[in-house]
Design a protein around this ligand. Structure first.
Ligand SMILES: [Zn+2]
Length: 82
């Protein structure tokens, strides 16, 4: 059962359900490499163009993850929720 209301354990303010994007810097570096490979592939017509576009789309998404959290607007404290 998920609670609908929760008080912040740091300051006691009512917390809000929200989503937060996490960054994974290792994956972001990989994303940059994939992006560059994708750009190079673009010039290998025709199959490389398709692979290049797919690689560029994939690379843009690497390293970012949306997670659901409880967030306190008062002090900024947050933690993951199920
Ligand atoms: Zn708080």
């Amino acid at each position: 059962m998920e609670k609908t209301k929760l008080d912040c354990e740091k300051c006691g303010t009512e917390m809000n359900k929200t989503s937060r994007s996490e960054h994974n810097y290792g994956l972001q570096v990989l994303g940059v490499i994939l992006f560059i490979v994708g750009v190079i592939c673009l010039f290998i017509v025709p199959i490389g163009t398709i692979i290049g576009v797919i690689l560029m789309i994939l690379s843009a998404r690497l390293g970012f993850k949306k997670s659901k959290v409880w967030l306190c607007n008062n002090c900024g404290y947050f933690f993951n929720r199920a």
